[in-house]
Design a protein around this ligand. Structure first.
Ligand code: PLP
Length: 388
């Protein structure tokens, strides 16, 4: 018996490998500080949990949801208006996702046929590339270089590639580089998409985790954005709801409609109590968002400053829940360095190469541990002598 060829395009991924090494170390009774996977450990607010519990206690909420509750779509429209100054038609320009990862893995199926080009950042969140791979699309990687502040240079994309492209996926604030894009980038992106008839997917998972008083925005706030694309958003990090799998696709009605049609063939909608909790999260008191942002910002300061003090210079990153650090000069491969770091210090980080070839000389450290554990990691790295 055989399996589909498309499975050969997908990899098991570095996280399974790291999990194995971690399990082995723990079994040997050795210490581990895990800064690899971006699983948030800041819990949802009291109000969100209360709404979820009340809805979960109502037995009529265990039916198939099939589609979004009108109250959820309206809540998303209100949220986009108040938070980003973007007006959305709740009936046609909003659809929920079972986590934005689900939408990322499906949207290319709605846009690209086998062999069509999808433009993907390098380095990038792995699902940006895996979704198009599942669809059988040809990937063209757009480098995000440190010398350009990690912002994609659209002028570098060859004309023939742009002409064959059906979809461009971009995301700022960016995982893993932590870059935040300036308004000029979005204006150029919209003009580029219009010139070549390419759909845009902007993933805005980290708009609320921008630090140092800078305010994150929305792609849809730019003129013409809605003509060419959609934005994905996620409640995973902002509201501590990662396990509930709540995301949204908003924007261009044609593209939202096509994704809705595709999803009507693949799932029966989001668990109703999650829908109610989501509406409560985005329309309720937003002080929990500030608390979450401050917690990540504080962890960022502790980690970046602490690493710099011990001789691993790492600038304070401007956004997200990650730190993107250049590996020490004596290493030239992020995976080799990451494995050595586990072996010698018990600190688990993600090799930059897991996000694409451009990440080869970086590692990503997730701010998913509290301050005490971060100090423990810094001390362990210093004691290991791995930096020199
Ligand atoms: C850029 C980016 N997009 C999407 C996701 C997935 O979010 P969700 O939990 O909504 O699937 C992540 C998760 O780490 C992410 O970093």
């Amino acid at each position: 018996m055989e399996f589909a060829k498309r499975m050969e395009r997908l990899e098991t991924g570095i996280f399974s490998k790291l999990a194995e090494v971690k399990a082995r170390r723990l079994a040997e009774g050795k210490r581990v500080v895990d800064l690899s996977v971006g699983t948030p450990n800041i819990p949802p607010s009291e109000t969100i949990v209360k709404t979820l519990l009340e809805a979960a206690a109502d037995r009529s909420n265990y039916v198939y949801a099939i589609s979004d509750l009108p109250e959820l779509r309206e809540a998303v429209a209100t949220w986009y208006q108040t938070r980003y100054g973007v007006t959305l038609d709740p009936a046609n320009e909003v659809i929920s996702l079972l986590g934005s990862q689900e939408g990322l893995s499906h949207i290319s199926l709605a846009v690209a046929d086998e062999g069509d080009v999808v433009l993907v950042p390098d380095p990038c969140y792995p699902a940006f590339a895996d979704g198009p791979r599942i669809a059988g699309a040809e990937l063209y990687f757009m480098p995000q270089r440190p010398e350009n502040g990690y912002i994609i240079d659209l002028d570098e994309i060859p004309e023939d590639v742009a002409r064959r492209a059906k979809l461009i996926i971009v995301s700022y604030p960016n995982n893993p580089t932590t870059a935040v894009a300036p308004p000029e980038f979005y204006k150029k992106l919209i003009a580029f998409a219009k010139k070549y008839d390419i759909w845009v997917l902007h993933d805005n998972a980290y708009s609320e985790l921008v630090f140092d008083g800078v305010h994150g925005g929305s792609f849809l706030a730019y003129e013409g954005a809605r003509d060419v694309g959609v934005e994905f958003n996620s409640l995973s990090k902002t509201y501590g709801l990662a396990g509930a799998r709540i995301g949204f696709c908003v924007g261009n009605r044609e593209l939202v409609g096509k994704l809705a049609k595709l999803k009507s063939n693949t799932d029966y909608g989001m668990f109703i109590p999650f829908q109610k909790a989501a509406a409560a999260a985005i329309t309720g008191d937003q002080s929990c968002v500030i608390t979450t942002r401050e917690a990540y910002e504080h962890r960022r300061n502790v980690l970046c400053d602490g690493l710099t003090e011990i001789g691993w210079p790492v600038d304070r990153c401007p956004s997200t829940m990650f730190v993107w650090a250049k590996i020490p000069a004596k290493f030239d491969d992020s995976e080799v360095f990451a494995m050595e770091l586990i072996r010698r210090a018990g600190v688990i980080v993600t090799p930059g190469s897991a996000f694409g070839p451009s990440g080869r000389d970086h590692v990503r450290l997730a701010l998913v541990q509290d301050e005490e554990k971060i100090h423990e990691a810094i001390a362990a790295i210093q004691e290991s002598g791995i930096l020199y």
